[in-house]
Design a protein around this ligand. Structure first.
Ligand SMILES: C[S@@+](CC[C@H](N)C(=O)[O-])C[C@H]1O[C@@H](n2cnc3c(N)ncnc32)[C@H](O)[C@@H]1O
Length: 198
């Protein structure tokens, strides 16, 4: 068997994110994960919370084998599905209590942000939440040197990528009918940003 794809960052940030999710989500709920990547978050969160019914996803052509292999022994984690945020409507029949998305908005074109907001609003149940994790630019706050360098690196790799202004992301959420909620500060200058079904 080939080795599973691996993200050192996901290994570092999974514990603080799980702690935040445990504060925000009920013990039993249905979660759609967008842009699951290697599946390390799905495996860690699904392993810790057996009553979170976790649906991983990523865009077509992604490494679904790694996601599914990592989560094979976790009965509450569903096989990953192909879901491109930019292809609306999303191919999900169920409604979810939460949509979770980590490290997508700065590593994709800006159009991904309004599409994420619309897609999440369409598949969230009443009282549901969208949880977006990553580094953001916060108006009036100094940008941490690490985030400045990360932003420059992203833009050099692709001019359509880069850290997003949190206020602009929140405006897109509002336009899609999601109300901006708490902004939790997490290690390494990242945030977990909450949006609620209005
Ligand atoms: C930096 S990785 C983050 C993976 C994982 N969420 C994490 O935090 O470790 C970015 C992910 O976004 C996915 N992605 C990029 N554009 C996408 C799109 N339009 N729809 C869905 N996923 C997308 C990529 O395939 C990749 O898995």
């Amino acid at each position: 068997m080939r080795s599973l794809s691996f993200s050192p960052a996901a290994e570092r940030n999974r514990a603080p994110i799980l702690e935040a999710l445990q504060r925000l989500l009920p013990p039993e709920c249905r979660v759609l994960e967008i842009a699951s990547g290697t599946g390390q978050h799905a495996a860690h969160f699904g392993g810790a919370q057996s009553r979170w019914e976790w649906q991983p996803s990523d865009r077509p052509g992604s490494d679904f084998e790694s996601i599914d292999a990592r989560c094979a022994d976790l009965s509450a984690v569903r096989p990953a599905i192909a879901l491109d945020v930019l292809q609306e409507p999303w191919p999900v029949a169920a409604s979810f209590d939460a949509v979770y998305c980590a490290n997508l908005l700065h590593i994709s074109p800006w159009a991904t942000c309004p599409a994420l907001m619309r897609g999440a609003a369409a598949c969230l149940a009443p009282g549901g939440v969208l949880l977006v994790y990553g580094p953001f630019l916060i108006d009036g706050a100094p940008v941490a040197p690490g985030n400045q360098a990360f932003d420059a690196d992203l833009r050099a790799r692709d001019p359509d990528w880069g850290l997003r202004r949190l206020a602009a992301v929140q405006a897109q959420a509002q336009a899609a009918g999601l109300a901006p909620g708490e902004v939790l500060s997490l290690p390494a200058n990242n945030c977990l940003v909450v949006f609620r079904v209005g």
